[in-house]
Design a protein around this ligand. Structure first.
Ligand code: IPE
Ligand code: IPE
Ligand code: MG
Length: 251
């Protein structure tokens, strides 16, 4: 799609991943219950999806619920699940109209049969659109992701279908979540913490990291633009020297 005005002078990452953090603190600062922060967080998701689509981002991956978030009070967990269910039900058609394909990554077994079915319905509703891929990580953990790849490969070895020597980086990569997307170019974490919190630990190996103190419900288009500006200034060397990267290829 064409890149809209305003984004044209920036280098646009192909794949953006975001840890949407700070909803609880946003609500607490306003003497509101934490769930109100999560509700406002959904608004920030809508705006970020729209902006990324306009900017020409190919893939956007959002951390919605981690495998560690089950440790929160039961009331908050069930409110978050309710909100997720509501969004899945309500948003699939709008995403489809806007050319956004929805996918969910994470351990579905832990989400229950009802939720798993709803995820399938929402994914199926947008399966044939290809403007931008929006991936929601729910009950996701980077260590879980590696474990499930290891299990699949070891089952193939046990069945005599592969030799241990054929377990290459590529064999692992292709069994991890997001394997069919370009590798994440930019990682954004809102809320001020500077950690990965068991998000995409394999996939982020060479991703540019960007941390902002902005709380997720306040993360708007101009905040995204700031992140893209920072990304535009980075020199991605992938192990090479700066000189090698700057060299204009000759033919
Ligand atoms: C992120 O906001 C949303 C989820 C983890 C589901 P938090 O709920 O972690 O907000 P803070 O970090 O407590 O402010
Ligand atoms: C990470 O945020 C998970 C999500 C945003 C879904 P947390 O708020 O749970 O992370 P920690 O526990 O502070 O590292
Ligand atoms: Mg948090």
């Amino acid at each position: 799609m064409t890149v809209e005005q305003g984004w044209t002078d920036l280098r646009i990452p192909r794949h953006v991943t975001i840890i949407m953090d700070g909803n609880g603190r946003w609500a607490a600062a306003r003497h509101m219950p934490r769930i109100e922060g999560h509700r406002r967080g959904v608004e920030a998701v809508r705006s970020t999806v729209r902006s990324c689509r306009e900017a020409g981002v190919e893939a956007l991956t959002l951390f919605a619920f981690s495998s560690e978030n089950w440790r929160r009070p039961a009331g908050e967990v069930s409110s978050l699940m309710g909100l997720f269910r509501f969004v899945l039900e309500r948003e699939a058609q709008a995403l489809r109209r806007n050319g956004v394909r929805l996918r969910v990554i994470g351990d579905r077994d832990g989400l229950g049969a009802d939720m798993a079915r709803q995820i399938e319905v929402a994914e199926a509703a947008t399966a044939d659109v290809d403007g931008m891929t929006l991936t929601i990580a729910a009950n996701y953990g980077g260590r879980w992701d590696m474990m499930q790849a290891a299990r699949r490969l070891s089952a193939e070895v046990a069945a005599g279908e592969r030799h241990p020597e054929s377990i290459t980086e590529e064999a692992i990569r292709s069994r991890m979540a997001l394997a069919d997307l370009p590798e994440p170019d930019l990682f954004i974490r809102t809320g001020g913490e500077q950690r990965i919190s068991n998000f995409l630990i394999w996939q982020l190996a060479y991703t540019e990291l960007y941390f902002t103190p902005a709380l997720w419900p306040d993360f708007d288009e101009s905040a995204l633009e700031e992140a893209f500006k920072s990304f535009s200034k980075r020199q991605r060397r992938f192990g090479r020297t700066g000189g090698q990267v700057n060299k204009v290829p000759s033919d």
